[in-house]
Design a protein. Structure first.
Length: 389
């Protein structure tokens, strides 16, 4: 027996859940299929995100931002980017006329609040735990069979199920992966000195190191390191890891105490040939994956959800949300930003991984020249904040 919906979202992570919540006022009947419900970490979540002001505004529109625990959210007022040979780039919210450059908060915090909204939403049915098993598409709609035998019928299926998207594979959409042979090593630390709401980033010979401020004197580290270096970091005991991370940042925040154990995940670039097909759309990591050096991964996913909700939520009642002509409007709206961020982060990663001394001098000179040109620096801030210049 088929259960009929207008929209089935496969993947209830941040992008998928935010799409469903963004359509709360629509007349669309929505199903969310997710393998497991979100669980809050016992302490601080090792996975944190830098949320742009544009996406903080999106979450506020959804009624989510207002309910986040303010004691676990930290604004970024300044950012310092250091090259590997004396280059430096400084960003200031105050100098750019902004309240903040970004907000740092835990993935689990956002996920839990989005799911609270989902559970109260009149037009959403949550299938969890549930796993998709088969997908067929015909002229009038799509049929999704779950592993437990239940069958869902929908006019549109959205793949929000991550970089290894099952939906994308079933639809036959090609994804091209470029491994970086790096891992993102993440951990949280208690700092000996105040961070003063400043984020730091270093382009080093052993990878790209970022320190992101958390409330109080806590800091979240993201070290995008070559595989061998990452394995070394993950093998260190707490004291040795604290000492190495503090030393890598020139001791700017004093001595460290490990708050959350280190975790590592492989880094790769992922591009898809298309993000829409008849009866199907991709959002979030299912549509694009980028290097984390810009901190824009989930910001792109939120903007995907916002754009698709904008297209679907304004359709007249007679219009079919799964029509390719409708979905192409979403694809056009999201053609520029993910592509630009993919190529920019990929180019920066390759640029700073090249050990040619002449190129090293040029890239650090470029940082210093950009730092000396407020117009260029502020343009970069505007793009990071708003997703456009």
């Amino acid at each position: 027996m088929n259960t009929a919906f207008d929209l089935v979202i496969v993947g209830g992570g941040l992008a998928g859940a935010s799409l469903a919540v963004a359509l709360r006022a629509s007349r669309l009947r929505i199903a969310v299929v997710e393998s497991r419900p979100p669980q809050r970490a016992a302490g601080w979540d090792a996975r944190v995100y830098a949320i742009s002001p544009a996406n903080a505004a999106f979450l506020r529109e959804l009624g989510v931002w207002q309910h986040l625990d303010a004691a676990r959210v930290c604004p970024v007022h300044d950012m310092v980017v250091c090259g590997d040979a004396g280059g430096r780039l400084d960003f200031s919210a105050y100098d750019s006329g902004l309240g903040e450059l970004a907000w740092i908060l835990e993935a689990g915090l956002m996920q839990a609040e989005l799911w609270e909204s989902l559970k109260r939403q009149h037009n959403v049915t949550v299938f969890c735990p549930a796993a998709p098993q088969a997908l067929t598409v015909d002229e009038s709609g799509a049929s999704l069979t779950l592993a437990d035998g239940r069958s869902l019928r929908a006019r549109l299926v959205v793949g929000a199920d991550g970089a290894n998207s099952w939906v994308r594979q079933q639809a036959g959409i090609e994804a091209r992966f470029t491994p970086y042979h790096e891992m993102g090593v993440v951990a949280n630390f208690r700092c000996g000195k105040p961070h003063r709401n400043t984020a730091f980033q270093w382009f080093r010979e052993d990878g790209i190191l970022a320190w992101l401020p958390l409330p109080g004197n806590l800091m979240s580290m993201v070290w995008s390191a070559p595989d061998a270096v990452a394995q070394e970091l993950l093998a260190l005991d707490a004291a040795a890891l604290c000492e190495r991370v503090a030393r890598a940042g020139d001791g700017l925040l004093g001595a460290f105490e490990l708050e959350t154990a280190a975790q590592g995940f492989a880094l790769r670039l992922m591009r898809v040939g298309r993000t829409v097909a008849p009866r199907l759309a991709l959002i979030g990591d299912a549509a694009h994956a980028i290097h984390p050096l810009s901190g824009h991964g989930i910001n792109l996913g939120f903007q995907d959800a916002r754009a698709l909700a904008g297209v679907l939520g304004t359709l007249p009642e007679w219009r079919d949300p799964g029509e390719l002509a409708v979905l192409r409007g979403y694809a056009r709206a999201r053609a520029e930003e993910p592509l630009l961020m993919q190529y920019t982060t990929h180019a920066l990663n390759r640029l700073f991984n090249n050990r040619n001394p002449l190129l090293g001098a040029a890239r650090n000179l470029g940082l210093n020249l950009t730092n000396a040109l407020p117009v260029v620096r502020n343009a970069l801030i505007r793009y990071a904040v708003n997703g456009r210049f």
